[in-house]
Design a protein around this ligand. Structure first.
Ligand code: AMP
Length: 171
């Protein structure tokens, strides 16, 4: 099974007009497809020394925790503003549909840790660029960026040059 796009439901005009939302719940609801997606990510990164997998709230958590578990790495959440209880670094950014701020705990991992960043979807790249900025504030070494889906026409890769981006579904 390589074509995972068959498990992604496209929902027009959600959460705003003219956005076609890529809904991952059919994929998550199919045990074989979900398993294979995690296997593909693990296959790509298993020979890298990865200390930490960070997932971006909320759908990034789903993939990042499973990958972290399989790689024997730590999981670190990057969350939307106001959700993390201890001291945080924060970075504000623009979205395909609005603005947001992401945060990470200041003590999330030791300096020079090898970090894999994970999210469900790369659109304009704003979310991942902000997350990379957070990892850099903690002096982490970014090994790569893993996303399930990539919207090629939005050129998100241009916002995060110099990083190895691995995506399983390209639109
Ligand atoms: P961006 O910062 O523009 O790259 O947007 C990526 C973030 O927004 C990811 O965390 C996605 O979950 C979410 N996102 C953006 N566009 C879509 C879309 N068309 N369908 C589902 N999620 C999206």
């Amino acid at each position: 099974m390589k074509d995972f796009s068959q498990f992604i439901r496209e929902v027009p005009d959600f959460p705003k007009p003219d956005i076609v939302f890529k809904d991952i719940t059919p994929l998550l609801g199919n045990p074989t497809a979900f398993h294979k997606v995690i296997d593909e990510f693990v296959r790509h990164y298993k020979h890298e020394a990865i200390d930490v997998v960070t997932g971006i709230e909320a759908r990034g958590f789903i993939f990042a925790t499973a990958i972290a578990y399989r790689l024997g790495a730590a999981f670190v959440p990057i969350r939307k503003k106001g959700k993390l209880p201890a001291e945080t670094h924060e970075v504000a950014y623009d979205l395909e549909y609005g603005h947001d701020t992401v945060e990470i705990h200041k003590d999330a991992f030791p300096k020079h840790s090898s970090v894999l960043i994970c999210d469900d979807l790369l659109a304009t790249g704003g979310t991942l660029a902000a997350s990379i900025n957070l990892i850099e504030k903690l002096e982490g070494h970014i090994v790569g960026v893993a996303v399930l889906m990539e919207l090629l026409e939005l050129n998100g890769r241009e916002k995060i040059p110099n990083y190895d981006i691995f995506s399983l579904i390209k639109y």
